[in-house]
Design a protein around this ligand. Structure first.
Ligand code: 13P
Length: 287
């Protein structure tokens, strides 16, 4: 059964480790993440962006697929199904479809509007026993070929949103989605430290987990990060393994064109990436 992310993140914050959110795109992705979590006895969060939700034929299809896998793969570790960077309406749709967690990304609104909409969603998610992630300070990334640098959130605004009673808080600390540019300044630990001091026990979320060096990940966890989102890195390892299979001509040998064979190296590559991240984040054995 899907669970809210509240308990796993409270434990992670207290235990000084982080739970990974791995974004899913299809059946292979979902199966790879769930099986790795079970093998490593790690709690896990499956992230679904609005775009990926649409790609997978809607949130209800995603809920059906994930619930089916929890049963057929006999998954015993805690699993949350979480909307990533949701709009207000996207959150309502996922709550209705049976997700166990949602993120409302109100970072592009004024702080007043972010507070108003987050407050509404706290009421609704609480009634359903779901977790809610909010965001302050936008997270950079590539849009139309231009890489926007991540903003640093205002610690006082973070406190305002945390005090509303969200489950976990994403705050920009110079992190960005996708690959980091050569001239990236690194995470702002000064900002993270100030946010953690103001928000106390609130589990903090680090987006843009792809490409952040291991020492920075460890330092971020020591300063209160308890959830780390990874998306692009699984896509890169899936693509590299699939490319290798085809470049070696394996799809042309026997029944190598069968999707169950063609997608197998990519599936194994996702598993390896997820394993590496769970070991780095310290969530292995914490289920
Ligand atoms: P990356 O794609 O950089 O790993 O970021 C993932 C993320 O933060 C999803 O919200």
């Amino acid at each position: 059964m899907l669970v809210s992310a509240k308990e796993m993140l409270t434990k992670a914050k207290e235990g000084h480790y982080a739970v990974g959110q791995f974004n899913i795109n299809n059946l292979e992705w979902t199966k790879a993440v769930l099986l790795t979590a079970e093998e490593l006895k790690s709690p896990v969060i499956l992230g679904v962006s609005e775009g990926a939700g649409k790609y997978m034929c809607g949130y209800k299809t995603v809920v059906g697929m994930v619930n089916g896998m929890l049963e057929s793969l006999k998954i015993t570790v805690p699993v949350a199904l979480h909307l990533d960077h949701g709009s207000y309406d996207g959150c309502l749709a996922c709550i209705d479809a049976g997700f166990s967690s949602v993120m409302f990304d109100g970072s592009h609104y004024s702080i007043e509007e972010n507070i108003a909409k987050t407050t509404e969603l706290i009421k609704i998610t609480r009634e359903k026993g779901m977790s809610l992630e909010a965001e302050v300070g936008s997270i950079g990334g590539e849009e139309d070929g231009v890489i926007g640098m991540g903003e640093c959130a205002d610690p006082d605004e973070c406190k305002m949103i945390a005090d509303l009673g969200v489950t976990m808080l994403a705050a920009g600390i110079g992190n960005i989605h996708g690959k980091y540019p050569e001239n990236w300044a690194g995470l702002s630990f000064e900002t993270l430290d100030a946010i953690q001091k103001k928000t106390g026990a609130m589990p903090l979320v680090l987006h843009g987990g792809t490409g952040i060096p291991a020492d920075m990940i460890k330092k971020a966890i020591s300063l209160g990060v308890s959830k780390i989102n990874v998306n692009t890195e699984c896509q890169l390892s899936f693509a590299a393994a699939t490319r290798k299979y085809i470049e070696e001509g394996k799809d042309l040998v026997g029944k190598g064109f069968d999707p169950r064979k063609l997608l197998a190296p990519g599936f194994e590559a996702i598993k390896a990436t997820v394993k590496e991240k769970m070991e780095l984040f310290g969530s292995v054995g914490k289920a």
